[in-house]
Design a protein around this ligand. Structure first.
Ligand code: FES
Length: 357
């Protein structure tokens, strides 16, 4: 055991039933070890409805890989909400900070709060970097990036990392969709990269100014060798569905990496039944609207459930149903047998429900 660890253990004995880290938090929230916090260092308006927050993570932060996302806690009116955002900065910045770039979603309370309200100096709970939407670490690739709207954020981290680490962006093609130039997040930075990096070919497509949405002819024109490239695509569901269908028809699904903001939802939300969710092991209860996934409800209630992908893939969030029933939001399957496994990231409560969590 190191001297620091021994001292921390000794301090914990005096701080019992809390840990010394809880008292340290009162002095500087970034020094705590029982949870990870970040301080808002600066905010920068990107477009009318989006802005970049520069965050200084506290003790315990480990650097991300370009393309990964983080969970951000956002206190609003005394209640903690949690959302995930792709990191838009390159890893290992000299100042030790990271950036997230948030677009205000109409009706989205948390995104609007981050874009309009959050102030420099605030402390926000931060999660570990996560996600598999990353470039291979060793193998060189010839990427094709397809992005729309705020789907640019993980790709921006990759491009900035290329420039920071290699000074050169390798042979890459980038299709980026935005309604208008003024709504293109990082529009001028991307244009500057395209002008200074000879191997980076950028095609901006402005869909409300005559530009077509993703289609086969457009892809062929912009990137004739698309079949030979590995693809990273991020954006709204309609774009990703079109891209997936195109690569699937070509038998090239294995070359496609897709990052969604949400798991695909297949069920109608009109028949949702609101109720109460009880998390048995945590002795916590929260309201459910019958639509929100149970992971988000748990996190908003201040819990920190284990999870991974938040997309229904990894089973890192599995728990057991104690009573009541839940619905799988991807396909409508009802899970109502006590003891059944529930993937909380893609299931919503149907009325009152109790989970082992
Ligand atoms: S977090 Fe991966 S399946 Fe729920």
């Amino acid at each position: 055991m190191t001297i620091q660890a021994s001292l921390a253990r000794l301090a914990d004995m005096f701080a019992y039933p809390l840990r010394h880290s809880h008292y340290v938090e009162l002095v500087n929230p970034l020094w705590t070890t029982h949870k990870l916090m970040a301080r808002v260092i600066s905010v920068q308006q990107e477009t009318d409805d989006s802005r970049t927050l520069t965050l200084r993570p506290g003790t315990g932060w480990r650097s991300h890989r370009p393309g990964q996302f983080v969970r951000l806690g956002v206190p609003i009116d005394g209640q903690r909400h949690t959302r995930t955002y792709s990191i838009s900065s390159a890893p290992n910045r000299e100042d030790g900070c990271i950036t997230v770039t948030v677009k205000a979603v109409p009706g989205g309370r948390v995104s609007q709060h981050l874009v309009q309200q959050v102030q420099v100096g605030e402390y926000l709970p931060l999660g570990e970097p996560q996600g598999e939407f990353v470039l291979p670490e060793s193998m060189p690739v010839r990427p094709l990036f397809i992005t729309a709207g705020s789907g640019i954020t993980p790709i921006m981290s990759m491009l900035r990392n290329y420039v920071q680490e290699l000074e050169v962006i390798p042979d890459s093609v980038h299709l980026h969709y935005a309604p208008h130039p003024r709504e293109a997040i990082f529009g001028s930075e991307l244009a500057a990269l395209a002008a200074s990096q000879p191997h980076y070919k950028l095609q901006h497509i402005y869909t409300r100014e005559g530009g077509a949405h993703f289609n086969a002819a457009q892809l062929e024109a912009v990137c004739p060798d698309w079949r030979a490239r590995e693809v990273w695509a991020c954006g709204p569901a309609s774009l990703l569905e079109a891209v997936e269908a195109h690569w699937h028809a070509a038998g090239l699904d294995h070359q496609l990496h897709v990052e969604r903001f949400h798991a695909p939802i297949a069920i109608s939300t009109e028949a949702a039944t609101a109720g109460r969710v009880r998390f048995a092991a945590s002795a916590t209860e929260a309201a459910s609207d019958g639509v929100s996934n149970l992971l988000r409800i748990a996190e908003d209630a201040g819990l920190n459930p284990k999870h991974g992908c938040r997309m229904g893939i990894c089973h890192g969030c599995d728990t057991k149903l104690v009573s009541g029933s839940v619905r799988d939001l991807r396909n409508g399957t009802l899970i109502a047998e006590p003891g059944d496994t529930v993937q909380v990231c893609v299931c919503a409560a149907v009325g009152d429900v109790e989970l082992a969590l």
